[in-house]
Design a protein around this ligand. Structure first.
Ligand SMILES: C[S@@+](CC[C@H](N)C(=O)[O-])C[C@H]1O[C@@H](n2cnc3c(N)ncnc32)[C@H](O)[C@@H]1O
Length: 284
């Protein structure tokens, strides 16, 4: 992403949720309250014009998304299932003892804001690049702050995650933690991804889980997004947020072992609606 500009993919994900929310039956897939909270967050943040938010909730936008789904096959609906997956994972982690949640690259995700009152003894920490986090903070302010939701700003490519978190009073480096790296890893260089896993392992307690989505590497080692990969990679490169990291699913366990985590495929209740992405959980 461009360092001085807020992430465009962050508000695209949020707008996509509004469009999904206008599809019949989606209320059974999407987490409860996500559509209203996302709309209020976008409006309060001032990140994009209000008219974009209103358009996203119209039937015409569902048609637009469905028409363009050929480029990233299945990804339109996959976002709803991805949101449900991450929310189910965080609830399961809290149910089994997690006392804190970390969401790096949170964008305009509303999970922390929505779940904070329900789990008032759990500390939710979000980190995003300052250029995007500023807008998020403004939106959260407009919606009403949560005592146990902590919004942090850091460029994960430049700052050491452990340094950022150990300076925060609410962070417990020995605490059982759920880390949600959603829609993030593909945008980071390989070294940063590796470092993120290593640091997350160092600053969390036993029993922690790291939940993430990733892209499969194609034969040429680049992310594989289906038949239109080359055009899509070019398109997102010129828009300033290229995909950088991907991995062969069969190499994932070895990669995680080398970063202090253990692959836990049994914890992933796989949906067949993942689009071009893979969902994964690692434990410590
Ligand atoms: C596609 S958005 C995903 C947002 C959110 N996790 C979701 O799935 O709804 C990617 C997010 O990663 C953040 N990001 C990308 N590179 C980053 C970096 N170097 N440091 C911090 N955040 C970064 C962007 O600001 C953006 O909010």
């Amino acid at each position: 992403m461009r360092k001085d500009q807020p992430s465009t993919t962050a508000y695209k994900v949020a707008l996509n949720i509004l469009t999904l929310g206008s599809e019949p039956g989606m209320d059974k897939i999407l987490p409860g309250g996500i559509v209203e909270a996302t709309e209020n967050l976008l409006l309060g943040s001032g990140a994009i014009p209000d008219s974009w938010v209103r358009w996203s909730r119209t039937k015409s936008m569902t048609w637009v998304y469905r028409s363009f789904d050929w480029m990233l096959p299945g990804m339109y609906l996959a976002l709803a299932y991805r949101k449900a997956f991450f929310e189910q994972q965080v609830r399961a982690a809290i149910g089994s003892g997690a006392t804190q949640v970390l969401i790096p690259g949170a964008g305009y995700d509303t999970l922390g804001w929505r779940l904070a009152p329900e789990f008032s003894s759990v500390h939710f920490h979000e980190i995003d690049h300052p250029a995007t986090a500023r807008f998020k903070a403004r939106g959260i302010e407009a919606m009403g702050r949560r005592e146990n939701l902590h919004l942090l700003q850091a460029d994960l490519g430049e700052l050491n995650l452990a340094d950022v978190l150990t300076a925060v009073d609410s962070w417990d480096p020995a605490g059982e933690t759920a880390i949600l790296a959603e829609g993030l890893l593909m945008y980071l260089p390989e070294d940063t991804v590796r470092d993120l896993f290593v640091q997350c392992s160092r600053i969390t307690g036993t029993g922690s889980r790291m939940v993430f989505d990733y892209l499969r590497s194609g034969a040429d080692g680049r992310p594989d997004a289906g038949p239109w990969t080359a055009s899509f990679l070019w398109l997102i490169k010129i828009t300033g947020e290229p995909w950088r990291w991907s991995i062969h699913p069969e190499d994932l366990s070895k990669f995680l072992d080398s970063t202090g985590w253990t692959n836990a495929p049994d914890l992933v209740e796989l949906s067949d609606k993942c689009g071009v992405e893979f969902l994964a959980v690692a434990v410590k």
